[in-house]
Structure formats: structure tokens, C-alpha cells
Design a binder for this molecule. Sequence first.
Ligand code: C5P
Length: 303
Amino acid sequence: MPPPPPAVPAYAKLNLTLAVLGKRADGYHDLASIFQTISLHDSLRFGVTSDGVLDLAVSEPELQTPENLVLRAAALLRAQVGQPALGAHIELEKEIAVQGGLGGGSSNAALTLLALDQLWQTRVPMGQLEALAARLGSDVPFFLHGGTARIAGRGEKVVPLPDVKLLSFVLAKPAVRLSTAAIFGRVTPDHYGSTEDTDALERAIIAHAPLPLDRLSNSLEPIVFAAYPEVAAARDALQAAGAPLVRMSGSGPTLYAPFATREEAAEVYLRARSSGLAVRLCHSISGTEYWASILGPLLVDGD
Ligand code: C5P
């Protein structure tokens, strides 16, 4: 038996800012956001073949469907290069909560594009990969880059930013799943924000200055906190455990508390855990680490 293909990490993201700027004619919303990849990750293994078969085995059976973004990404890349004999047996081990606001499905899809392009040696230019990614979902193009980035449009416009100093996070996952479409469906002009917080964060990141944590914000929080009391309760519990600041990621419900040091994060994590909250400890993943940890396992001698 040949050894199994190496595991490749598909990292989650947090939204450090998320401003909804307005509704577009196509039904999507224009956004201004800063995305940050974090150490929480799913793992994928890609075994490539030339028998034209694409299949996927997922640790969570409910995700094992032909609509899974991993299979859709593989099929889209194969169609793009017009080589129907390309095949792949893909295994996906989930760690990132489904419908949690952490971009798990989008990350899986982008990693599939990057990994299969490497393993199939199809060498699709980044611009084309970005176009394929945008067809799969608004958040997918970001995960072709990882690290810290400014996001615009419906989410698909990505401007990579310099690496930020390592941040630690305590994540809290209220026991509710939220559909992105349903949360955006409740947005009214009252919820619209401006680009100010995103601009301020971007300026600090470019200047390598400490992050102005008071600028972290999310236009969707009032909608989720009002409609799902369990999310507001988890926020209160994380604050009660000592987190000075708690924000929601994406369309929720995952909450995060940022810390400059691992020690401060660990203290709050332990207190929150003993109060019965479902919490995880993680840290930021820079763009450099992102690429190294994805490409490292995929490169073979001679690449
Ligand atoms: O792009 P994606 O398929 O991830 O988006 C899911 C849904 O979330 C969209 O169909 C839309 O209803 C909503 N959405 C939005 N504005 C965005 C991104 C998503 O209204 N910028």
C-alpha cells in the first residue's frame, strides 16, 4: 500500500472588521472588511489519478454531498483546463464549525483549487484561479491568499496586507447554526456602516503599528444578537470570563476575543471553559505561514 497523501491545512478566518455598505442590484451587499486567517483548520488529503473520477470522503457525513464546495472546486478547475481524465480522491477532516462565520467551506474550496492545480500540474494563472474562486462563493478568493487582507465588493475583491504581529484569540461557538443568506436577508439600511473602521485598521497594519482594537466592528452583530439570545448570552459569558472585547465573525454565530499575548488569552480561555462555554484557543496565521504550510506538503522533489 502506498502511504496516504499528506494532510494539508485549510485555515479558518475571522473578520476583524465587517461593514455592510449597502445593497446591490444583484442582491448581494457591498462590504468593507479585514479578514485574518487563524490557526483553527480543517485537514484535506488529495490523492490524484488519471481515471476521471472525483470523489470526496468527509468526517461529517452530512457534508458528503455532490454540492460540497470541494467537489465543485475540483470540477470547475478540471473544466477550466479541459482535461476530463484528471481525477482526485479527496478526504476532508472537519474541525471548523459548519455555518459558524469562520469561512470553513470557502477555505476548503480555495485549498482544493490550489492543491489540485499543483498536483495536476495544470498551472492555471492566479487571475483565473481568483475568477473560479469567486464563482464558488464570495469568501473563496481570500483563501487563495490567506494572512491579513482588505476585502471589498461582495467579498471577492482581495488586497493582501502586510503580516500583523501575532494575535491570540479565544473563540466561543454558541450552539446555533446561521445561514449567511438568512442573516444578510435581515439587513436594512439602519445596519449600514462606513469604511472608517476598516480604513483605520488598514492604516495601522500598513504602518506596522499596534492594532486599534477599539476599531474592530461588525455591522451584522445587532441582527444576530437580537434574533439569537444564545449568541448574546455567549458574548456576555466571554466578557464575564475577563475578555475586554468580544466581536462576532462574519454572519456569526462564532464570537472571538482578541489578545496581544497567549498568556492573557489562555487565562480567559480557562475561565470561560470552566464556566461551561464551548471555547477554543487559537492564533493568527500570517500570509507567509499560510503559503508555507499549504505548499510545503504538496511540493515533491523536482518541483
Ligand atoms: O457568496 P456566498 O454564496 O457565500 O453568499 C451566500 C449568500 O449570502 C448570498 O446568496 C447572499 O444572500 C448573501 N450575501 C450578501 N452579500 C455578500 C455576501 C453574501 O448578501 N457580500
